[in-house]
Design a protein around this ligand. Structure first.
Ligand SMILES: Nc1nc2c(ncn2[C@@H]2O[C@H](COP(=O)(O)OP(=O)(O)O)[C@@H](O)[C@H]2O)c(=O)[nH]1
Ligand SMILES: [Mg+2]
Length: 218
């Protein structure tokens, strides 16, 4: 039976451009982190808290991926950080061609860190290389401790896992031990950072870990 594989050629083309972007990032000594998470898990809040923690040492820019609107880019810009909004117009993930257009609007030479907020989704962004140095996954407590079992791919693709909204642990039936054990099984190397992005809780530890990665490429 004839078999037409549509996914592989798209990924090959994406990965080729991602490799070019990776080289540009390396040439300019800029560290790029791609945040993956569900809508409402606290990606933008985590970015704002991370910028607060790192802005004295590093020049930071943010790329916002959303299906529509520029509300997140406006939130970042209001804090005084350059932000470029990408609207995917329906696509559930960012691709390297979209990212390239945003990167072309930034002054890479003066930047140390670019944070990408990918489209809110635990499935699609996982497969797409953007030339980033690492993907980081955020899960928030209200989403439930079973998500690593249901969406293993995103937990495996991540170099670190952030558990956000830990301030809400008392009101949700979230089994932290089960969560940690599932993540450790899927991705034994990944550290888990417990934070409450809007309460400045745990952010320091995450930001220091990230700062070491940024310093390593400078
Ligand atoms: N209680 C609590 N709420 C949070 C925390 N982080 C984010 N939120 C709230 O969760 C909602 C979604 O946050 P946002 O950063 O926009 O999530 P995004 O859609 O993933 O970018 C907002 O109402 C935030 O104020 C947290 O650590 N604790
Ligand atoms: Mg957001």
């Amino acid at each position: 039976m004839a078999h037409i594989d549509l996914k592989q050629p798209i990924l090959d083309k994406n990965d080729q451009l991602a490799a070019e972007l990776r080289q540009r990032f390396a040439d300019n000594h800029v560290f790029v982190v791609d945040l993956l998470a569900s809508p409402g898990s606290g990606k933008t809040s985590t970015i704002l808290a991370t910028i607060d923690a790192l802005r004295d040492e590093f020049n930071i820019a943010v790329i916002e991926g959303d299906i529509a609107s520029s509300v997140d880019a406006e939130r970042i810009k209001a804090q005084g950080t350059p932000a470029v909004q990408i609207n995917t117009g329906g696509a559930c993930h960012l691709e390297s061609a979209m990212l390239k257009r945003a990167i072309d609007m930034l002054d890479l030479e003066r930047l140390d860190l670019i944070i990408i907020e990918n489209v809110g989704n635990l499935v699609c962004p996982t497969d797409f290389d953007l030339g980033e140095n690492m993907k980081v996954m955020i899960l928030s407590v209200p989403e439930g401790d079973d998500k690593p079992l249901k969406y293993p791919g995103v937990f495996q693709a991540a170099e670190a896992v952030i558990l956000n909204k830990v301030d809400t642990l008392p009101v949700f039936n979230f089994d932290e031990e089960a969560f940690t054990s599932s993540v450790n099984q899927l991705n034994p190397q990944a550290p888990i950072f417990r934070i409450a992005a809007t309460k400045e809780q745990g952010v320091h530890e995450w930001a220091e870990w990230l700062a070491d990665k940024i310093r390593a490429v400078q």
